[in-house]
Structures are given as C-alpha cells and as structure tokens.
Ligand binder design. Structure first.
Ligand code: KG4
Ligand code: ZN
Length: 325
C-alpha cells in the first residue's frame, strides 16, 4: 500500500510517498526557515500563505521522486492538528481535493502520533508494547504510554514552555538566531556546562516545566557578560538532564519494554547520547532528519489507519489544539 503524506502544521511544507508504512519512496521538505528567521520566529499568516504557494509543486516533486503515478497511490494521509490553523487548512483542503479528484480515501492524522511513527520508518525495528513515548518539539513536551497500535495514554505534559520553545527562546536571549535548538547545539559544542540552572523536577508528577529555566538564563544574561558557548552548553544540559531523568524514572516505574523518542528536539546529539547511556530498556530514536517535521511520518501513520479501513470523510476539518492520549 502506497500512501501520500501531507504535512503543513507549522513552517514546513512537506510531502512524502511511503510504502507499507515503512519504505520511504520520497520525502520532500520545503522549509520556510529563511523566511521566518528575519522575524526571529514563525509568523502564522506568512506561514499559511507560503504553504499555499508551495504545496502543489512539493506534491508533484514527491510523486516524481517516488516514481509513481496517481494510479499507484492507495490513500492520502494529512495532518489535521495540532498546529497553526491557517497552515493546517492548506494541507487538509489540498488532501481532500486530491482524494475527491482521484477517488482515494483520505485520513486525518494527529501530528503527535505521526512523530511517534517516524521510529518505525525505513528499518526493520518493530514496536514492542507497552512503550513510553517522549515527544519533544517546538510546541510539545509530552510523555505518553503506548499500549498498542493506536492506544495512547498521556502521562505528563509541559505546564508552560515546551522544550523546543525554551531552546528557541534561550537562543534569542543569547543572540544565536532562529531556530534555536540547532543554534544552541552548535554553540554548546564550544562551551562547558559551567552555569547551574534550576531544574523543575516536579517530583510525583510526569509533567515538565521549562519556563523557570529560561527566566534564569535571562537574569544571568542581564547581570553579567557571559560566554555564549558556556551559557548554551549549560542551558542544553539542564534540558537534557530533566528530559532524560524524568523519562527514565517513569520507564522504571511503569516497567515499559521500550522508550520511543520523537519530535524536533530529539535531533539533539547530547539528548540522544544521554538517553542511550541512562535508559534501562532499548531506546528508539529516528534519524535526525525524521525527528523534525516531515510527511513520511504522516504517511507511515496513515498506513496503519488506512489498513484498518479507517478513513475520514470530506467533513474532515483542522483541530489546532488536538492532543494525544
Ligand atoms: O517537531 P518539530 O520540527 O516541529 C514542531 O512540531 O514543533 O520541532 C521543532 C523544534 C524547535 O523548537 C527546534 O528548535 C527544535 O525542535 N530542534 C532542536 C534541534 N533541531 C530542532 N532542538 C535541539 N537540538 C536540535 N538539533
Ligand atoms: Zn512536529
């Protein structure tokens, strides 16, 4: 079964063709980073207008690179939430139009669930349940227990800033540019984690909190002349320490068989290494280019939904505040 995936929830216009939920035939990502960088963050109205300009060429490219025609496609999977309303609308309406014109089933996909499915793309790894999923991106820091295909129970979430959001804000404070996660990671390579930032462990809860950490960096940067590299290394380490510490603790308490990581922040090498060093069970992490937003993960997730006969009808609408579990 070949599925066309479409992802426009934020600032990437992404399309992909994936075979049987695993084999990536094409994976096209048109990033808007350069456009938003001059504003220091994503401007929603600009993002949706850019998706409109890019979506059709990017779909055509995914079809050409996959060497398929519409006759080869068995279904369309599209992210319908969470995300920016105007951006999601472009993907959802395009997917519905294609489904109608080509007489294909269309299925609406939860972006967070799609991130998890990036782990089973392009390899022979299989999910072993129950597993503990950590989704850390620009908008989310969620800890989710996955008991089986499609069975999710949210255990914890961020109470304020998401991990990626905190990294983006920290980079802005340090004058490192946008997006902040990769900029902090680069700067941190030349520094040492010599500043001790406060950690919100929130003992007894699976929730996270990162806004105090960001405020602490802001105060430090106001007070003294700090090395960008040392501050970046210290900030990155504080985030990694809490994400790994709390997830590993939860994995032990719940007796899960695997830890499954996903979302843009899991592209971070320090985080990846520390997880592997500390985890009591095998850790699955997608390759970095599949951690950040892409449509291959949407198509992979769509395959599992379409396989069960599930499909959305033309009433499918965007749900910007959609959650998982
Ligand atoms: O999953 P994603 O691409 O988009 C959302 O769904 O939000 O995640 C984007 C987030 C941004 O906050 C970005 O700064 C962060 O992931 N990120 C990273 C790295 N690459 C992207 N954070 C830390 N290290 C990285 N290498
Ligand atoms: Zn994402």
């Amino acid at each position: 079964m070949k599925v066309l995936g479409i992802e426009t929830s934020c600032d990437e216009t992404a399309t992909a063709v994936v075979e049987n939920g695993r084999k990536i035939r094409s994976n096209v990502v048109a990033s808007q980073i350069d456009i938003h960088a001059r504003y220091g963050g994503i401007v929603p109205e600009v993002a949706s207008r850019q998706h409109l300009l890019t979506i059709i060429p990017v779909i055509n490219r995914a079809m050409v690179e996959a060497e398929v025609t519409w006759q080869d496609i068995d279904g369309v999977a599209v992210t319908y939430g969470p995300g920016l309303a105007g951006s999601l609308l472009v993907g959802v309406n395009t997917a519905k139009a294609i489904a109608w014109a080509k007489n294909l089933p269309v299925v609406g996909i939860n972006h967070l669930e799609a991130h998890i499915y990036a782990n089973w793309l392009g390899n022979d790894r299989v999910p072993v349940f129950p597993c503990l999923c950590l989704i850390v991106s620009g908008g989310h820091s969620d800890l989710i227990l996955m008991k089986g295909q499609g069975q999710f129970k949210k255990l914890g979430r961020t109470r304020d800033d998401a991990a990626g959001e905190a990294l983006d804000k920290a980079a802005r404070i340090l004058g490192l540019g946008y997006p902040g996660g990769p900029a902090i990671e680069q700067a941190a390579k030349h520094g040492t984690p010599c500043f001790t930032f406060p950690r919100a462990w929130l003992r007894g809860s699976y929730d996270f909190s990162f806004s105090g950490l960001k405020t602490s960096l802001w105060h430090l940067a106001q007070r003294e002349q700090i090395s960008q590299a040392d501050a970046a290394a210290s900030f990155q380490w504080a985030i990694v320490d809490v994400l790994v510490g709390k997830t590993v603790e939860a994995a032990k308490q719940l007796g899960v068989k695997q830890i499954v990581l996903s979302g843009g922040v899991t592209a971070n090498q320090k985080l990846r290494k520390h997880f592997v060093d500390c985890a009591p069970v095998p850790v699955l992490i997608p390759p970095p280019h599949l951690c950040t937003d892409n449509a291959a993960m949407v198509a992979a997730c769509g395959y599992y939904h379409l396989q069960t006969g599930e499909s959305s009808n033309y009433e499918l609408d965007v749900v910007p505040s959609l959650s998982l579990g």
